[in-house]
Design a binder for this molecule. Sequence first.
Ligand code: NAD
Ligand code: ZN
Length: 389
Amino acid sequence: MVGGNRMVSGEGTSGRDGAALVDRHVAAHTDRKLPPTMTALVKPEPRAGAELREVPVPSVGPRDVLIEVLASSICGTDLHIYSWDPWAEGRVHTPIVFGHEFAGRVVATGADVTRVPLGAYVAAESHIACGNCYECRHGMQHVCRNVQIVGVDRPGAFAEYIAIPEGNAWLTSERFPPEIATIQEPMGNAVHTALSVPLAGANVAIFGAGPIGLFAVPIARASGAARIIVVEPSSYRRQLAERTGADVVIDPASENVVRRIREETGGEGADVVLEMSGNGNAIAQAMESLRFGGNISLLGIPARPVELDLADGVIFKGATVRGISGRRLWETWYQTRGFLESGMDLSPIVTHRLPLPEFETAFELVRSGQSGKVVMYPRGADRESEVGI
Ligand code: NAD
Ligand code: ZN
């Protein structure tokens, strides 16, 4: 631990089981005078929208680090919370600071922190696994049954500061600007999905070119995919897919997707399908366009149950179907770092950068689909910009 002044904080923010260490006053190390309050994007009540508010700077439990947030990116989950859809209604308790993809600098460390030094530049794993359940004890923390999610179950990252367990902080190279550091988390979803099966020499079909599907394109390319076919209804996102290296882009609104994928794969169908849309029709087409004996990995989350032809789509085809949840801890993070450090350029996918006070514009951009990844700057360090395509 890097030494420094001691500051006294209020209740801690996390325990081994994610519960608050209520009323436990702990000493944290810091090298600066931290303000008592900060600006944060709060979902104040169970209804659509959000408000910028002045709230207390989070307190630091003995194993927590306090991070000054330099950038936080918007995920589909945040849009669910912002819009307050049925999922949010059933899952999120207000008031809450939301947001879970971020990068920043460690400005205080709890008394028992040993791995993450003051001043460290970090991103974060947003899923806080319990470490004790059957899955965690089998090395499968990514499907921990007691998972706590940052910005869903506990205060999030659309704020000037966030406290997380040190075990969830991911030390990041200073070479990567905050807007790239923050997207390691969603990029990890793409890495986990794409590397769930061998891609070398394979014809790969990606359904959905949202940010995660877009990340999957260069990842599949770097993994040796022979041909990368992207299915996406938004023309803005099809253009982004082409820019990131897709060989073929298909508009499901104007083409027969299954026939086209067969044509593009010499009549065989795709060796590997990565389902990254969550759209029910797309999932059915994804199965149909898979070749006999092929692999399909499902990441996209359908809003409701989906009816599928298992007999022809999976069983007689001898297909292998995998569900993908989160990121494998911590293999996926090391693989993600490896791709970035090898020079993978994801900057075209970060299409919009705005200061946090312009959150309404930012969420509208995400909702419209006229965007790739949208990044916000809680400290207003960046000005609004759009990377034209
Ligand atoms: P996104 O909503 O930005 O992207 C989904 C894309 O699918 C959109 O571009 C949309 O236009 C496209 N789409 C809609 N209908 C389609 C169709 N018929 N065919 C092909 N594409 C279609 O979301 P994202 O942030 O890129 O995430 C992708 C998916 O992964 C979402 O469903 C998200 O909820 C899910 N997700 C899952 C996990 C996990 O752990 N399993 C983690 C993060 C995100
Ligand atoms: Zn667990």
